[in-house]
Design a protein around this ligand. Structure first.
Ligand code: HMG
Ligand code: MG
Length: 304
């Protein structure tokens, strides 16, 4: 088996994680989390989203979060935008990268962004065009790639079609979202093989929610195909308000630990990452969902 020498981790906790909390996390705590993640060595940290504040009030302060972040060379703070209005808000904050998000399932598309898949792709096209004209990089998500909370099974063909369209629009990378975490290793691998017929492997990222505890296994099953970009959330934060039952993303600590054990470089300091997770989970008044974080914390001397 040949595994990549290096994997780039896209940290989605401050966005995918905190969008799903029942209460809005205060701006200061979000900023502290993002700064701690950057201190731990993460170079791609989703800082929030410019979606409708009526749909996702938890992300309404994204402009304030961005305004308080210290710019760091080599570190990007992308944000999600669902339409031109969101892009304009992002541009006003001086962001350098945005992400658009489509789905492979009609029902999820309607619930999440209130339009069909085709309508959403039509809406995203001018978003990408305008973003690129302003010099921004655009990442594309496809949700529900291994199952939909409303429709069940999702054909790989549908995923490949949307992924190909987002690539043709100009997205530099396509993140395949197992939104409800129902995928298993062979379904994940077969899906990546199918999508790789239309999207080069080096442009495919995996975005696994860990609802059924399959995320690490699914990632491992795709690494030797050549996938080298993994989305994850510190402390296993995450979910989507429009995907009932979907729990957190795979924990960044767990991914980093596994990759480190395999000799794959991530550039991330695991102890500092655990501290970043601890600061936000203390704020949320719960334990990190990451098993690696729990194991590391249990071996630390108790603080006086
Ligand atoms: P809509 O209601 O159809 O929008 O929502 P509209 O265009 O008809 O506008 C209605 C109102 O919203 C108007 O205000 C607009 O100004 C306002 P009013 O005139 O009524 O006062 N509006 C906005 N305000 C601020 N920023 C905007 C914006 N757009 C419209 N950008 C819309 C359509 C797409 C806006 C809505 O459905 C929405 O915001 N959805 C976002 C849902 C979301 O954020 N979901 C979570 C992220 S996706 C995810 O988590 C999956 C992922 O992690 C991958 C995976 O796991 O699979 C990425
Ligand atoms: Mg997600």
């Amino acid at each position: 088996m040949t595994y990549p020498e290096r994997v780039r981790i896209v940290e989605v906790g401050p966005r995918d994680g905190l969008q799903n909390e029942p209460f809005t996390v205060p701006t200061g705590a979000k900023v502290a989390l993002i700064e701690a993640l950057a201190d731990a060595g993460l170079t791609n940290i989703e800082a929030g989203s410019f979606v409708s504040p009526r749909w996702v009030p938890q992300m309404a302060d994204t402009a304030a979060v961005l305004a308080r972040l210290h710019p760091r060379p080599g570190v990007g703070f992308p944000v999600l935008v669902p339409n031109l209005q969101g892009l304009e808000r992002a541009l006003a904050c001086g962001v350098r990268e945005v992400a658009i998000f489509a789905a492979a399932s009609e029902s999820f598309s309607r619930r999440n962004i209130n339009c069909s898949v085709a309508e959403s792709l039509g809406r995203f096209s001018p978003v990408v065009e305008t973003a690129q004209a302003a010099g921004l990089r655009v990442r594309g998500y496809v949700s529900c790639v291994l199952g939909c909370p409303y429709e069940g099974e999702v054909p790989a063909e549908a995923v490949a079609r949307v992924a190909e369209t987002l690539l043709a629009m100009g997205c530099y990378e396509i993140s395949l979202g197992d939104t409800i975490g129902t995928g298993t290793p062979l379904t994940a691998r077969r899906l990546v093989e199918r999508v790789a017929r239309v999207v080069p492997l080096e442009r495919i990222a995996l975005h696994c929610h860990d609802t059924y505890g399959q995320a690490l296994a699914n990632i491992l099953a795709c690494l030797d195909l050549g996938v080298s970009v993994i989305d994850s959330a510190v402390a296993g934060l995450g979910g989507c308000p429009y995907a009932p039952g979907a729990t957190g993303n795979v924990a960044t600590e767990d991914v980093v630990y596994m990759l480190r054990g395999m000799g794959i470089e991530t550039g991330i300091d695991l102890e500092a990452l655990v501290d970043a997770g601890l600061s936000i989970t203390r704020h949320l008044n719960r334990e990190p969902a990451s098993k690696v974080a729990r194991a590391i914390l249990s071996r630390r001397p108790a603080s006086p």
